[in-house]
Design a protein around this ligand. Structure first.
Ligand code: TXA
Ligand code: MG
Length: 333
């Protein structure tokens, strides 16, 4: 066992690929050494490191080429940690945590000074989330610190929903990826902040505005991009593959043989079937969310001239997926 570990360390130090596995002790060992580890969550894979260690956090930014103005979400393993890392927690936030944690919901709350500014990009708030994945929950409960973790993709690129996706993109920059299978949700968590104790949704996810309102009352949606976004996931260009993406419109100029298509339920009439990906033939929005990034990644891999994507019915989870489609798309929107 120790021999394998030593060999793993050596391979990593020689600049080879990250090891993929399910060894929690091994993941914990790297994290205690201040390294970054790929971690599964129910939404997308994260690039985790010790949230209380400035150097470990700096490594995340380097591995992702992430600009330092984009704050990280802190992943916690227990409900009580809400008060360990945040202060002035409004009742509405507690109600949301009780209703949806562990789960795909991030709460933006006033930060306790235990959380370094490196995590929050200098903000006095911190994003907290308890992920719903058995491996990562077990990992968190075995650690003495929470994990800062952005999605495990190079900044601006498509989010990873399998361990292999993480290895393909960041494998040469991190020592270990904890393999928890394909992500059950498939799109990033809903982000909720509070203004005068009233919830405000900054990023849409599968926990919809209606679901937030059922628990916490009237909620505003503030997801439009601005020059100084609260959440850079709100930047107009984000989540994008290398192949230019266009939203499907009636009148479009494209060469079918060199074009890919991502549709909701119905195939496209003139594009070859091998260049098409349907998100959910059964019309189920959860299936569509789960397939979305894998679809983008697959078609990007075909090295076509462009990818056309059809918008989904614009409500609930459909609106959350459409938000990602618009950000992945090249203008005009
Ligand atoms: O589902 C998820 O949330 C995944 C998994 C790994 O947990 N994580 C994720 O992280 O999507 P990331 O870094 O790709 O996106 C987090 C978003 C960023 O756009 C960031 O700006 C925003 O959360 N954020 C984090 N802390 C914030 C804060 N204090 N105030 C406002 N926005 C914040
Ligand atoms: Mg991200």
């Amino acid at each position: 066992m120790a021999g394998w570990r030593a060999l793993g360390n050596l391979i990593y130090l020689c600049g080879m690929q990250a090891e993929i596995g399910t060894d929690l002790a091994r993941a914990a060992q790297w994290l205690r050494q201040g390294e970054c580890v790929g971690i599964p969550t129910e939404t997308v894979y994260g690039l985790g490191a010790n949230a209380l260690d400035r150097d470990a956090v700096a490594r995340i930014f380097r591995a992702k080429d992430r600009p330092d103005f984009d704050p990280l979400i802190v992943h916690i393993g227990r409900l009580e940690d809400l008060d360990t890392f945040a202060r002035e927690v409004p009742d509405t936030a507690r109600q949301l945590a009780a209703a949806f944690w562990p789960g795909p919901l991030t709460l933006i709350l006033p930060r306790r000074t235990l959380i370094p500014y490196e995590v929050t990009s200098g903000l006095d708030t911190v994003g907290l989330r308890m992920p719903r994945h058995p491996l990562t929950l077990e990992l968190l409960s075995s650690l003495e610190f929470p994990l800062a973790a952005p999605s495990a993709n190079p900044f601006g690129y498509v989010s990873p929903t399998t361990a292999q996706h993480v290895a393909d993109q960041l494998g040469s920059r991190i020592p270990y990826i904890l393999d928890g299978g394909a992500c059950a949700v498939g799109i990033e968590s809903t982000i909720v902040g509070f203004e005068d104790k009233q919830p405000v949704i900054y990023r849409q996810g599968i926990i919809t505005r209606e679901m937030v309102e059922t628990v916490a009352g009237p909620t505003r949606l503030q997801v439009s991009a601005s020059s100084n976004p609260k959440a850079p996931g709100m930047l107009l260009s984000h989540y994008a593959p290398h192949t230019p993406v266009f939203i499907l419109q009636e009148e479009m100029d494209f060469h079918p043989q060199r074009t890919g298509f991502i549709g909701f339920r119905q195939p496209h009439g003139s594009i070859p079937v091998t260049q098409q990906y349907l998100l959910a033939e059964d019309g189920d929005m959860y299936t569509a969310a789960r397939s979305f990034y894998a679809a983008l990644r697959h078609l990007d891999g075909l090295r076509l001239e462009k990818i056309l994507i059809e918008l989904l019915p614009d409500e609930g989870i459909g609106a959350a997926i459409n938000d990602r489609i618009r950000r992945a798309a090249t203008l005009p929107h």
